[in-house]
Design a protein around this ligand. Structure first.
Ligand SMILES: [Zn+2]
Length: 107
């Protein structure tokens, strides 16, 4: 008997607002705009404010920040402070996502 195709409990899936990839919620970084206008990034999921999810890669963040995608998803207008915080966070991310292991096969 092989029953490995489906896992007993399916992890909640979320969509990256930049690239549209559907992934395990825990694999994405949550951005949340609190009611007080304070942006929280990657914080605990309180499920209160409006949240958006992004892949942990700089490419997605830059894409998300460039247009109005993030503002649209959060249904808010970014202040300069918000944007600066997001840009700062973006700079800490890797250019593109590593998938856990370093790929030693390539040169
Ligand atoms: Zn993405």
């Amino acid at each position: 008997m092989v029953m490995s195709l489906t896992t007993p409990k399916s992890a909640p899936q979320r969509t990256c607002i930049a690239c549209g990839a559907r992934r395990d919620k825990r694999a994405l970084i949550r951005v949340e705009m609190g009611p007080d206008g304070v942006l929280s990034i990657g914080g605990s999921t309180r499920q209160q404010g409006r949240g958006a999810y992004l892949c942990p890669s700089r490419a997605c963040w830059e894409k998300g920040l460039k247009g109005a995608r993030l503002e649209h998803s959060l249904r808010t207008h970014m202040t300069d402070d918000n944007r600066a915080a997001l840009l700062q966070y973006t700079s800490t991310l890797q250019e593109s996502e590593s998938h856990g292991k370093n790929n030693a096969e390539q040169e």
